[in-house]
Design a protein around this ligand. Structure first.
Ligand SMILES: Nc1ncnc2c1ncn2[C@@H]1O[C@H](COP(=O)(O)OP(=O)(O)O)[C@@H](O)[C@H]1O
Ligand SMILES: [Mg+2]
Length: 253
């Protein structure tokens, strides 16, 4: 079967610095895949290569079997890949509900342009209500997004990311800056809303992804040193060495 995402000898240089140094990776459909690694390993760079934000220095990236190297982010998004932003990307002066409708409109703009306005309005509203429940912000429906807590803003951002019904969801450190309990809630939310979808999640805390990932790839200095199930990765001597015990100890605690 065709992989959801396939990377072959992917390389990225910034000037003379080789940041991604020959990455091969295959992510199956409906797999939940985590990319972890120490700070500065190149995780966000790899993420930005897959989403088309950065051009490749070398290698091939396929989405559902189709070469997407050189395509622009919106072209990749049209092929069913949706990403979140490490920096919160919502409209602060619109309500939660309006933000979701906006995310929907944006994604439906090209797909459903044949709808009549009224039909489109009611379907939009219906779908936005559904999303609102999915991300557990029902009681914040008419709250201005700018006054939500940080964790609620990140949940809203997840809602906007999944709004268009993309089958590949990419999240870059969705629990960054969250407390322990907020992180646990976010992990639950991610599991729920990505059910049956392909999930690629970048994370630097190993503890976070054990609950979510089917498979984990460990990126160190721009190379994948291990790509396997959480159990195998956790037991890997190579991975332990790369992390010098720090994140693994957190995961064990
Ligand atoms: N746009 C860029 N221009 C130059 N160097 C960059 C750029 N983006 C990232 N880097 C460098 O690439 C390395 C990896 O960064 P990044 O992918 O953000 O790592 P991670 O997300 O794993 O912490 C770092 O040394 C960083 O300084
Ligand atoms: Mg990063």
């Amino acid at each position: 079967m065709t992989a959801a995402i396939e990377l072959m000898d992917v390389r990225k240089n910034f000037g003379l610095a080789e940041i991604i140094r020959g990455v091969d990776l295959r992510i199956e459909r409906a797999e939940r895949h985590a990319i972890i690694g120490p700070n500065g390993a190149g995780k966000s760079t790899l993420f930005n290569l897959i989403t088309g934000k950065y051009g490749l220095t070398g290698g091939t990236i396929k989405l559902h079997g189709e070469d997407v190297g050189g395509l622009k982010p919106f072209e990749i998004s049209r092929r069913g890949l949706s990403r979140s932003f490490q920096i919160t990307n919502i409209f602060a002066n619109m309500t939660v509900f309006e933000n979701l409708r906006c995310g929907l409109l944006w994604s439906m703009g090209y797909k459903y342009s044949f709808w009549t306005l009224v039909d489109r309005q009611s379907r939009l509203t219906e779908r936005a209500e559904e999303l609102l429940e999915q991300i557990n912000l029902g009681d914040r429906r008419d709250t201005i997004a700018g006054v939500l807590t940080y964790a609620e803003q990140r949940a809203l951002e997840i809602g906007i990311t999944i709004a268009g019904g993309a089958d590949v969801i990419m999240l870059d450190e969705p629990t960054a800056g969250m407390s322990h309990s907020e992180t646990a809630a976010m992990v639950q939310l991610i599991r729920k809303v990505t059910e049956g979808k392909t999930l690629v999640m970048v994370e630097h805390d190993m503890g976070v992804i054990f609950d979510v990932a089917d498979r984990i790839s460990v990126l160190v200095y721009g190379e994948i040193i291990e790509s396997d199930t959480p159990e195998v990765v956790r037991a890997s001597a190579k991975v332990k060495e790369a992390y010098l015990g720090s994140s693994l100890d957190e995961a064990d605690a």
